[in-house]
Design a protein around this ligand. Sequence first.
Ligand code: FES
Ligand SMILES: [Fe+2]
Length: 398
Amino acid sequence: MKHETQVRLIEELIGQLDTGTNADAGGFRRNPTSVYVDPEHAAKEWEAFFRNHPQIVGLSGDLPEPGSFMTVDDFGVPIIASRDADGRFMAMVNACRHRGALVVEEERGTSRRFTCRFHSWTYDNGGALVGMPKREHFGAIDTNCHGLIRLPAVEKDGVLWVHPQPDGTIDVDSLLTPELTAELSSWNLGELQADGRMTFDVACNWKLAIDTFGETYHFPSLHQNTINLGFHGNVSGHEKFGRNHRFLLCRRGIDHVRTLPQEQWNITEAATPAYWLFPNIQLIVTDFGAFFIRICPDPKNPAHHISKITIFFRPGTSGSQEELDAHRELQRHLSQFFTDIIRDEDYVMSASQQVTANSGALTHIVFGRNEPALHHYHNTYRAALGMELLPLLSDVND
Ligand code: FES
Ligand SMILES: [Fe+2]
């Protein structure tokens, strides 16, 4: 992030702290609870945002070397994401061209070849069909026409993009905006190493999971004995980048940062930036790495989702081996702390919200002036689905 942007954002947070204010959406919005339960709405999201939309499947560190691969099965099409022998990022449909078995069953690994367990057709890690037992028995087919189906795949600034449809397109600048592309590029995400993974299976709609990352109003209440000790609640920064946004959580470290000359101000000491990357990514940047969260809907059940979290470590910030080990340990510690809170506090509330949404007891819930990221997020997907936008209201009393 440009230093002038860091200073501007830190000044904004200090301004809020000093005046007892918060980011301000300028009014309220009422959100219908049906968006969390309606199967028709969920089906539209699934088609528009998942099956037929570019997806961020990971960061470069998820595929650390030539031959690295991972399978992704979150968009209706089973996918192999891999690096070929030259380290190029590729994506293919994980379906054997013989009779359609999954070719790769492991979640991740490193391999030069993928061999289908059924009859041992073998593909290289770029998807070319390179081996068939008993070809003379099977019959003459052109192996060039029977490689794994390639999917559009782009690796840019350390982010791995795949389109689940072979004829789909991925235009990162238009998806993220040039400003956000430049900002993400400045984090050097390509340097990050994957250093731990976890999966949370939660009885809530995927959007309720995203909602919990969009305000700090809940810190002094829900997180009074956890996050609130390290962060100022009721202070936040919110900036839109097209369909995406950057949300800032204000660290208590800002109390020290503000005593330093501005040239020494560092945004990750003063705050924790959390990027929402449309449709379902939370990317949270920390001093020593990042948390990368893919919030995956369940196409069969709007009241269920799975969050897949990868912890990334940035080795480049360290000098000696001792320092490196200490930083890695700190990042692990912080990761455990954060992910425990997400699971035990935030997602418990998300599941609780789902219970009442399922009941239909409330037709609407309300987003306050201090929850602008939620205003933006909900109107963003509504606009993308051609739905009427939630109006900004000055009064919600009736
Ligand atoms: S289905 Fe894969 S080799 Fe037959
Ligand atoms: Fe929270």
